[in-house]
Design a protein around this ligand. Structure first.
Ligand SMILES: [Fe+2]
Ligand SMILES: [Fe+2]
Length: 301
């Protein structure tokens, strides 16, 4: 065994330092679609480090794929909240595990698409405490391009925003959509009216994080948290065989190369404008190094 003093510290290149949180701002993150057991393990283990090392104060997670790749169970919801997740968004797989409807109807920090039938389970607006006596509005809608027919997401989110009190200036919209054109249009539609429009659903992070002209942070898709040796989180071989041969097969969640994808943004606490935005891309091995380093630090003390 290598003596602790001979183990090198975490290489700086593994963890790009983020710029400091500007005065008057609070740092928030949306973690992209958490897929199955590997994704759940990764996000739960990462949250303390996201808070400690990246100074992220509020964590929002898209958990539509948490339950074996499709849907969210009550126990998954509880585990995420127990590990410090402040709010949960869902997508087109929201109701795949029917038991979650009970959570959607009873818990204040989980939302389903605003453009689904209004009399369905759950609601589409969460007002989440984020410290310093402030709250953040969280909403979500699903896109219509290359997806199942639903109501207009643009008019739906307008209706939701009309319900938000003016003093709740920090507002996050998770737009769960397939087409980048749809996502960009939502960013422009809400520019200046919300703090950030961040996309989920494709499971692939886009390199277009930016602040739009009227102060809204934007990114087409924040990416996936789960196994990257996969097709969108599922085992490659089954997806390949099913596609090539046209035979239906179960798509099991993959296991290898687990990573966390998400996006942070600094929200001005008075104006609700986005002041900085950036991507997070952590491999699971990085968490192991954080833990090992912390153990070494404790031994030194
Ligand atoms: Fe997803
Ligand atoms: Fe989805």
């Amino acid at each position: 065994m290598i003596p602790p003093e001979h183990v090198p510290p975490i290489p700086a290149s593994l963890l790009e330092p983020l710029p400091p949180v500007p005065a008057g701002c609070t740092r928030i993150a949306l973690i992209g679609d958490v897929v199955g057991k590997p994704g759940m393990r990764m996000v739960c283990n990462a949250i303390p480090w996201l808070r400690r090392l990246l100074h992220i104060r509020t964590v929002v997670v898209n958990a539509e794929n948490a339950a074996d790749g499709s849907g969210l169970r009550c126990k998954d919801y509880r585990r995420l909240v127990e590990h410090g997740v402040d709010a949960i968004t869902l997508g087109d797989h929201a109701f795949r595990k029917r038991e979650i409807m009970e959570v959607l109807d009873s818990q204040p920090n989980i939302v389903r698409a605003a453009n689904w039938p209004a009399d369905g389970p759950g609601c589409s607006l969460a007002i989440v405490p984020i410290g310093d006596g402030l709250s953040m509005a969280v909403t979500t809608a699903v896109g219509r391009v290359f997806m199942k027919p639903v109501d207009c997401p643009f008019r739906a989110v307008d209706r939701i925003l009309a319900e938000v009190a003016p003093e709740v200036s920090i507002r996050l919209m998770d737009f769960h959509a397939e087409a980048t054109s749809d996502m960009q249009l939502m960013g422009r539609h809400l520019d200046g009216r919300v703090t950030a429009v961040l996309g989920t659903h494709t499971h692939v992070a886009t390199a277009d994080e930016q602040i739009l002209p009227m102060g809204t942070g934007f990114q087409c898709d924040v990416g996936m948290t789960g196994p990257f040796q996969s097709i969108l989180g599922r085992k490659i071989e089954a997806v390949h065989t099913a596609t090539i041969k046209g035979v239906p097969l179960p798509f099991q969640v993959a296991t290898e190369d687990v990573r966390l994808n998400g996006t942070w943004f600094d929200a001005h606490m008075e104006t609700g404008k986005c002041m900085q935005i950036g991507r997070i891309h952590w491999r699971e091995s990085l968490i192991d190094q954080f833990v090992a380093q912390a153990q070494r630090d404790r031994q030194v003390l």
